[in-house]
Write a protein that binds this ligand. Structure first.
Ligand code: SP5
Ligand code: ZN
Length: 351
């Protein structure tokens, strides 16, 4: 399998995120990808490619998943932030005010102009620093996901998009959870547009894939599945319950497996086996795996108990579906082990 590395991931460096009323150091750092890369160099699989893509090629794929006004916002948000106050150039942009549905100030037309308000229009948390390089890095990451999908459409068995910022929390018109552009959704949509009739997305990040679920919630052609910490106690809290099954034409085409904090390998695998069966029952012709390594026992912000050796078995089980597969790099904050865990999974898939 070839790896599509985002050469511009380091342009996005969040300094701080809001956590329970305090600004804390950001967990989502360039070192995460650097550790995966160095482990990949010790145990390489296929070629390492650094795709470059024109707007002409990339933007239609972004617009197939994200709203135009959201993409316009993302592209100019940093400049707008600095224009608000030149001193902002030294500070990450974080929202601090939000419109709530069905309350004073929420409207579908006529939005505020002030960037401080627009951050809250599009972000669902204050834990996602938007920086000078966020758009450049996220854009190049989406190009990696699209290139990985193109490789699979061209006949490759599997392709890995090694990129940050991650993507699975980003929805059609919202960002959060360190995510701006939904790389997995962009890959899934590209597989659909490239001729795959039924695409399954099986999200194994510790956190519910709320962005991906929202993108495809009313569609029957993309099955979205997520195994994650129970949103009653775990981030992102407001989505990811077992009774969210899809809506309209998409009724029955979304499944969630919320699991309690502290879940270890055996119960995690019981859910995983059900999800694998759901992919098979759906008759998927292609698979996308948003790969979070924050299910690892040593993850500093998560609560599952998977061990490094477990990831090889997970990779092998994903491969047993025998589907053309795109894997996108999502969460995983135990920086010292994230490379080992990632390459263990990729090797398990190849074996
Ligand atoms: C892609 C992904 O895994 N996003 C996860 C976003 C999680 N955001 C909430 C993080 C809470 C951080 N907690 C800090 C604990 C400090 N002791
Ligand atoms: Zn996560």
């Amino acid at each position: 399998m070839h790896t599509f590395l985002n050469p511009l991931h380091g342009a996005h460096v969040g300094r701080h995120e809001m956590f329970r009323g305090r600004l804390v150091d950001s967990h989502e750092s360039p070192a995460r990808v650097e550790h995966v890369l160095s482990e990949w160099r010790r145990r390489p699989l296929g070629e390492l490619r650094e795709p470059a893509m024109s707007d002409d090629e990339l933007m239609p794929a972004l617009r197939a998943v994200h709203e135009p006004r959201y993409l316009d916002f993302l592209r100019s948000a940093w400049d707008d932030w600095v224009a608000l106050d030149p001193a902002n150039a030294a500070i990450d942009a974080l929202p601090s005010v939000w419109p709530l549905p069905n309350r004073h100030g929420f409207r579908q037309d006529g939005w505020p102009e002030n960037i401080a308000a627009r951050l809250g229009q599009f972000a669902f948390d204050s834990g996602t620093p938007l920086t000078a390089g966020s758009w450049v890095a996220a854009r190049a990451g989406a190009a990696c996901a699209l290139s990985a999908a193109q490789a699979v459409l061209g006949g490759d068995r599997c392709a890995f998009a090694l990129t940050r910022p991650p993507g699975h929390h980003a929805g059609p018109g919202f960002y959060g959870g360190y995510c701006f552009l939904n790389n997995a959704a962009i890959a899934a949509q590209a597989l659909r547009d490239g001729g795959h009739a039924r695409v399954a997305v099986l999200d194994v990040d510790y956190h519910h894939g709320n962005g991906t679920q929202t993108v495809f919630y009313e569609r029957a052609d993309v099955l979205t599945l997520s195994i994650h910490g129970d949103p009653r106690t775990e981030y992102p809290f407001f989505l990811g319950h077992a009774d969210e099954r899809g809506a309209g034409a998409g009724e029955g085409f979304n499944r969630n497996w919320p699991l309690p904090r502290g879940t270890g390998l055996a119960p995690w695998c019981a859910a995983f086996d059900e999800a694998l069966q759901a992919v098979a029952d759906f008759g998927a012709t292609a698979l996308v795996v948003p790969l979070g390594l924050d299910t690892f026992e040593g993850d500093p912000i998560s609560g599952f108990k998977l061990r490094s050796a477990d990831y090889a078995g997970i990779g092998a089980a994903l491969a047993s579906l025998k589907l053309p597969t795109v894997i996108t790099f999502e969460g995983g904050y135990a920086v010292a082990e994230v490379g080992i865990n990632t390459v263990n999974l990729l090797e398990g898939f190849e074996r």
